[in-house]
Design a protein around this ligand. Structure first.
Ligand SMILES: *[C@@H]1O[C@H](CO)[C@@H](O)[C@H](O)[C@H]1NC(C)=O
Ligand SMILES: *[C@@H]1O[C@H](CO)[C@@H](O)[C@H](O)[C@H]1NC(C)=O
Ligand SMILES: [Zn+2]
Length: 393
């Protein structure tokens, strides 16, 4: 109850303090503007918000924006109020994960990873004014990503593998859809799914301002796209099914991933493991280059496995770190009782200071590193092959 009061105090303080948006020219209060060209946002819309350890509360869209600006993590559960309830028994499954043993298969694929694609793709992806999920350019950036995935698939996957791949939009009511790419597993008996994810949307702290979102999460988006490219170019044939997800509306309170996870739960999908990539490029000056392994709101045994992958396949060490409640899309899968992990560019306190601002570009600072990003592409390749297997006919 005490924490609850504090949160409400937070909301009121944020609402009373338009200075929060000092760099924006337009403050949410003291400004009667209610519509913004190119955006479909109603700042007064009521949304059901889940804060850590609290009963859900009805807040406005503007309250959400202010909460986010205060660094408070939350789920917007308006459309997914019962995520995880039907799966409640899955928590007892205590899944086991193997010790990495497929280096003969993983290393040759890792060797084919390159920064060429990520550099060009990030340049294109950050050229949209914003990828905000309720904006016209957010819809356009999603269409661009969809066509880039199709192009990569037809360029790099052998024809017979293409027949096992499906590329789909997962529709959302707000315009920018999530994207799901699936490589069907060869097993007739094992219906489990290994998922690698990133979020495609970006936001400025005041959402109507430009948001290049190079690190958050353009980096994760192109990181896993490069892993996908390398896997299909190697004619990868998984035993379990493998999916790559690019979520919409992470910045709106994990809306896209929660909708996807809810659909998987509703059809009793057998998700074996999910790995989220959100911010993979920043190496803070004066710090050791490392991979931040998140230890809160994740599956701990999958996280142990993940550390072994880093030891085995990456040129950088891991460091344990925490990011708090509802901090990225792995949390939706965790809430749905599916094992998920999250790896980030650094110890949490060393992540890019430029996110959610116009400064989140790839060429603003030499702390933005494509070679660091490539380490995470290795991790996604290893995660997929080690967990989904490789059936060689
Ligand atoms: C790795 O171990 C698993 C069992 O944990 C086994 O099913 C798989 O075939 C092994 N893979 C390789 C490449 O040896
Ligand atoms: C993949 O498998 C699913 C389920 O068995 C099937 O419905 C779908 O058509 C398959 N997709 C492709 C591209 O083969
Ligand atoms: Zn993010």
């Amino acid at each position: 109850m005490r924490a609850f009061t504090i949160i409400l105090a937070f909301v009121s303080a944020a609402l009373a303090n338009p200075l929060l948006f000092a760099d924006s020219q337009q403050t949410p209060l003291g400004n009667q503007q209610t519509t913004y060209p190119g955006f479909d946002v109603d700042l007064n819309e009521r949304r059901l918000i889940q804060l850590e350890g609290q009963q859900p509360v009805w807040l406005t869209e503007l309250d959400k924006i202010n909460l986010k600006a205060q660094g408070v993590g939350f789920f917007d559960i308006t459309d997914t109020p019962s995520l995880g309830l039907a799966n409640s028994l899955r928590s007892d499954l205590k899944p086991q994960f193997p010790t990495p043993n497929a280096s003969d298969l993983v290393i040759p694929v890792i060797k084919t990873l390159s920064s060429d694609g990520p550099i060009q793709n990030l340049k294109d992806f950050t050229s949209f004014r914003t990828r905000y999920y309720r904006s016209d350019t957010g819809r356009q950036s999603q269409q661009w990503l969809l066509s880039k995935i199709s192009e990569i698939t037809s360029l790099h996957a052998p024809k017979s593998l293409q027949k096992q791949i499906s590329i789909n939009e997962f529709s959302h009511p707000w315009g920018q859809n999530s994207i799901i790419v699936r490589i069907n597993g060869s097993s007739a008996t094992d219906d489990s799914i290994v998922i690698v994810g990133a979020h495609q949307d970006s936001t400025n702290m005041w959402p109507f301002l430009p948001a290049p979102g190079a690190d958050d999460d353009g980096s994760g988006t192109v990181t896993i796209l490069e892993s996908y490219r390398a896997l299909i170019a190697a004619n990868y044939r998984p035993t379990k099914s493998v999916e790559f997800h690019w979520y919409s509306a992470e910045e709106g309170g994990l809306l896209g991933s929660a909708a996807v996870a809810q659909a998987y739960e509703a059809r009793s999908a057998n998700v074996y493991a999910m790995s989220q990539f959100d911010m993979t490029a920043w190496v803070k000056k004066g710090t050791r280059e490392e991979a931040g392994v998140i230890t809160d709101y994740v599956d701990l045994s999958l996280t142990e496995f993940h550390k072994q992958l880093i030891d085995e396949y990456l040129d950088i060490p891991w460091v344990e770190t925490k990011c708090g409640y509802g901090c990225s899309d792995h949390a939706s899968w965790n809430k749905a009782k599916y094992p998920s992990v999250f790896t980030i560019e650094s110890a949490f306190e060393n992540h890019s200071p430029n996110i959610h601002s116009t400064k989140d570009t790839y060429d603003y600072s030499d702390e933005f590193s494509f070679s660091h990003m490539l380490e995470f592409s290795k991790l996604a390749v290893a995660f997929v092959i080690e967990l989904a297997g490789w059936s060689k006919e």
